[in-house]
Design a binder for this molecule. Structure first.
Ligand code: COA
Length: 260
């Protein structure tokens, strides 16, 4: 489907979403949030899509945050609605997607941009990427999940420092802290991300979906994670893919999974 602020491409079962407002460093305005929500729905519903990449257009930015020009007219009610709608329709939907969504961070990932990357299942960055939560410079705090997901990913002390100072860190520091899994050159960023997704796409989709759900459960410190794992593990034995996986191993051939 054509979008005003996004470019999308489906190739090799990988759906690439590129946020395309390079003159505004891909800042998340109302339309971007609405269109991201629709594009994520496509990931959920289109059976051709096995996984997705989220990236930014241009050489400079992944996403430089929420669009600050839309902030001046907001009051407490409007601010709360902005955060709530964004979290429900985009950030949480990315995190809870049964298909992997990976961020390819190609430049500034600030504020909502850092939060968007953190909502993804994991992140690769180009060596020119910069991460930060600069909302305190605007008299605000992160509103798209940053206080929670940054703390999960890098721990309380470092999350405190980044959010309270508003300082930026570079890609190597983000790698050292565990915020990104791999750092590469800008030229290789999408190819490396696709390579990882091709590996994941060759596995059983229902197993991938269960694993995502359980890891998310653990990340929020929810109780009964081990019991949930037992239930999911058992449930997967009723799938054709689990039969196919074991059979293929015993027959010394590559498994061919159908998602059933
Ligand atoms: N919202 C709206 N517009 C933004 C934006 C944002 N978050 N980030 C960048 N832009 C716009 C700039 O206003 C500028 O637009 P203009 O050319 O019409 O004036 C354009 O994008 C280019 O940005 P500019 O600031 O000129 O680039 P730079 O290289 O000098 O600085 C940044 C880059 C990322 C350091 C700087 O743009 C910045 O600090 N952005 C805001 C980051 C932020 O606070 N994000 C959290 C928001 S909650």
């Amino acid at each position: 489907m054509p979008y005003q602020t996004l470019l999308t491409e489906l190739a090799d079962n990988i759906f690439t979403i590129t946020i395309n407002r390079p003159d505004k460093l891909n800042a998340l305005n109302k339309i971007v949030i609405e269109e991201l929500s629709e594009a994520i729905n496509e990931i959920y519903t289109n059976t051709e899509i096995k996984s997705a990449i989220l990236t930014g257009s241009g050489a400079k930015a992944f996403v430089a945050g929420a669009d600050i020009s839309e902030f001046l007219t907001l009051d407490s009610k409007g601010g709360k609605a902005l955060a709530q709608k964004g979290q429900e329709n985009v950030f949480d939907k990315i995190e809870n997607s049964p298909k992997p969504i990976i961020a390819a961070v190609n430049g500034f990932a600030l504020g909502g941009g850092c939060e968007l990357a953190m909502a993804c299942h994991f992140r690769l960055a180009s060596d020119n990427a910069k991460f930060g939560q600069p909302e305190v410079n605007l008299g605000l705090i992160p509103g798209y999940g940053g206080t929670q997901r940054l703390t999960q990913l890098i721990g309380k002390g470092k999350a405190m420092e980044l959010i309270l100072t508003g300082n930026m860190i570079d890609a190597n520091e983000a790698f050292r802290l565990g915020l990104v899994n791999h750092v590469t050159t800008p030229v290789n960023l999408l190819a490396e991300t696709k390579k990882i997704l091709q590996t994941i796409s060759s596995k059983a989709p229902l197993a991938i979906a269960e694993a995502i759900s359980l890891i998310n459960h653990a990340a929020y410190g929810n109780e009964n994670g081990l019991q949930k794992e037992i239930e999911s593990f058992g449930k997967l034995f009723d799938t054709s893919d689990a039969k196919e996986g074991a059979t293929a191993f015993l027959e010394k051939r590559k498994a061919s999974f159908t998602g059933k």
